[in-house]
Design a protein around this ligand. Structure first.
Ligand code: BMA
Length: 365
């Protein structure tokens, strides 16, 4: 008894200090986003779509337009955008979306009660190529403290911080976002991938990123860790994990090519993040998923939804409907093969869209 009570007392103040430490680095709105993310999984799964309100199939820049809304009547609960090339200081990102437009759509999504996630396909700071340029395997090493490209890369991080800090409503409220850099690192197609840096270098990259953003005053970001489906168990998943102090959301990215292999990988990865989420007190999510061109008319309710139902993921996000690559889309648009089934997916009490989360948060106030 005495020992147990002593142990509890020893734990209590330590964990409270840790919590206070993280909370003190974040705005109230950002803390609220984390609380809501924790709550949401007991209510349902938020649906997300990359670049949802900036372009779609056959349109670009139309005010208020969204392929998802055109199909089911509501916006996604989560919209993600990419910061790629913000580091170069230009006016548009790697997919040619102006940063001013992103800023506006991020505020719009916040004001409709939805969540915003940001990825960053940063260019290769050593070769000058893009994020997919993997010919040099010393890039991460070269940007860590002491490396030849450290100063240059620190400047890039300052640009990212500047953008995240600039996300404000007209009332001056900083919009909370989930920042998800250095994703799919268990594959080797990005310069920060598995075969291109050691686990220590990869973790160092994360620490440098978060430390730098905080030093530049970013207090409106949560952070997501999202490998691919390569890890076969929790130990492999955690091999490059930068730590509970940095990460708020754990997830993974996965795409369907072969249906059976996709379902097996999805289930294995969900079981892994579910287990780690419970022991590390982290929110879990399917940070990217999809079936390019959605050629299966029943994909949403016949494949995706049943696979998700076993686990308490907070959200699932599909990639973009590229207006410049006709076959590169992951959400339906009016008339698309899977559009009717997507409406059924939308109607399922298990899925949450923008209006659902908005009313959920209001009830909780
Ligand atoms: C990839 C593709 C690319 C795009 C990149 C960043 O998956 O969609 O066309 O440039 O994401 O959004």
């Amino acid at each position: 008894m005495t020992l147990a009570a002593g142990a509890l007392m020893a734990c209590g103040p330590v964990s409270r200090t840790q919590k206070d430490e993280n909370a003190s680095k974040r705005t109230d709105e950002t803390e609220k986003l984390l609380t809501n993310l924790k709550k949401v999984s007991s209510r349902g799964i938020m649906f997300g779509h990359h670049d949802d309100t900036v372009y779609g199939i056959g349109w670009e820049g139309d005010e208020g337009r969204s392929d998802v809304k055109s199909v089911c009547g509501d916006y996604p609960a989560v919209i993600s955008f990419d910061l790629g090339e913000v580091e170069l200081g230009g006016t548009a990102n790697l997919d040619k979306v102006p940063f001013d437009k992103l800023r506006k759509e991020i505020v719009n999504q916040y004001q409709r009660g939805g969540m915003i996630s940001l990825s960053w396909h940063a260019r290769n700071p050593l070769t000058g190529g893009d994020a997919w340029d993997v010919k040099d395997t010393t890039v991460v090493k070269s940007i860590l403290p002491g490396g030849d490209n450290h100063d240059k890369f620190s400047g890039w991080l300052a640009k990212v911080a500047g953008f995240i800090n600039s996300l404000q409503t007209t009332d001056g409220v900083k919009v909370p976002v989930l920042f998800r850099p250095w994703h799919e690192h268990t594959g080797s197609w990005f310069w920060w991938g598995e075969k291109l840096c050691t686990p220590e270098e990869y973790k160092g990259l994360w620490h440098m990123t978060v430390d730098s953003l905080r030093a530049h005053g970013v207090d409106n970001a949560l952070y997501a860790y999202s490998p691919g489906t390569e890890p076969q168990d929790t130990a492999q998943y955690l091999k490059r994990y930068p730590g509970d102090k940095l990460i708020d959301v754990i997830g993974f990215d996965t795409y369907q090519f072969d249906r059976d292999a996709f379902l097996a990988g999805l289930d294995r990865s969900l079981a892994i993040v579910d287990s780690i989420g419970k022991t590390h007190d982290k929110v879990i999510a399917v940070t990217e998923v999809g079936y390019e061109g959605i050629p299966d008319a029943k994909w949403w309710t016949g494949t995706l939804l049943p696979a998700l139902e076993k686990y308490p993921e907070s959200y699932v996000l599909v990639w973009r409907n590229a207006r410049e690559r006709v076959t590169h889309f992951y959400a339906p648009y009016p008339g698309q093969t899977s559009a009717e089934d997507f409406v059924e997916f939308y109607k399922s009490p298990k899925t949450l869209f923008a209006a659902d989360v908005n009313s959920m948060y209001k009830q909780d106030k």
